[in-house]
Design a protein around this ligand. Structure first.
Ligand code: GDP
Ligand code: MG
Length: 231
């Protein structure tokens, strides 16, 4: 039976985490293990996760960031012998109901993206501004990194073990959210196959986004650096 680790980076997601973990466990997929990787959230997200049976929780106390947390959880999943590694946000924008689709397509591809921009996918309920920002950032990232996928910034995705084992995880420079693009660029450079399965992305209804203008500008700069660092 294959083992699938579902990595969920969290920061102040106390209002979402329990419902999300229950929805994932309710899928009753054999061999599926949710892993919450929390940066010691002041609102107690990590402690909530720790109380739920069947969930593994990592509480980090230094080097905070979505990127750092994701890398630590990938290394943990590899060490524990995971065959497939899924990553997703905690805020229900990445609905657990798509996990079976990711696992179906990972049988035939190295990486599967939950994609808003293939037929059947959608980006709904977000502000007009946010949609413009997404479009602009995605066009830029595709151009600079030469990525052919329709949704290069999707953080809802599944990897075969061998993919993460081959990537230079120790070398990754993103502390924050740009890690999503840094990983995908390395996937491409290593020649792994990528498939996009549609998801409907809904805006979070609880808790707050950690994205802001500073994060966006940092991303644009880091993407240029990825292009220079990785060959
Ligand atoms: N561990 C960890 N997770 C984070 C951090 N910042 C954001 N996250 C999580 O990363 C996911 C995506 O963040 P979110 O704020 O929803 O970004 P958005 O979806 O782009 O608005 C959520 O599950 C957040 O809780 C962080 O500094 N550390
Ligand atoms: Mg979100």
């Amino acid at each position: 039976m294959p083992r699938t680790y579902v990595i969920i980076p969290t920061y102040n997601e106390a209002e979402n985490i329990e419902g999300l973990l229950k929805a994932i466990l309710n899928l009753k997929i054999e061999g599926l293990v949710p892993v919450v990787v929390d940066d010691n959230s002041p609102d107690g997200t990590g402690q909530i996760a720790q109380k739920i049976p069947g969930v593994k929780t990592i509480i980090r106390t230094k080097d905070r960031g979505r990127g750092r947390a994701g890398i630590e959880a990938f290394k943990f999943a590899l060490k524990e012998g995971a065959d497939y590694i899924i990553e997703m946000d905690a805020d229900f924008s990445h609905h657990p109901k798509y996990i079976p689709d990711l696992l179906k397509h990972i049988q035939n591809h190295d990486v599967v993206l939950g994609s808003r921009f293939v037929p059947g996918g959608k980006d709904i309920d977000r502000s007009f501004i946010r949609q413009i920002v997404t479009k602009f950032a995605q066009t830029y990232i595709k151009l600079v990194l030469g990525l052919k996928v329709k949704d290069p910034t999707s953080g809802y995705r599944c990897f075969r073990r061998k993919v993460l084992a081959a990537l230079p995880l120790e070398q990754m420079i993103s502390v924050g959210p740009p890690i999503v693009s840094e990983i995908l660029y390395n996937v491409k450079l290593n020649g792994f196959s990528i498939y996009e399965t549609p998801i409907v992305f809904e805006d979070r209804t609880r808790g707050e986004t950690k994205l802001n203008l500073a994060v966006l500008l940092k991303t644009l700069w880091l993407v240029l650096k990825f292009r220079l660092i990785y060959k």
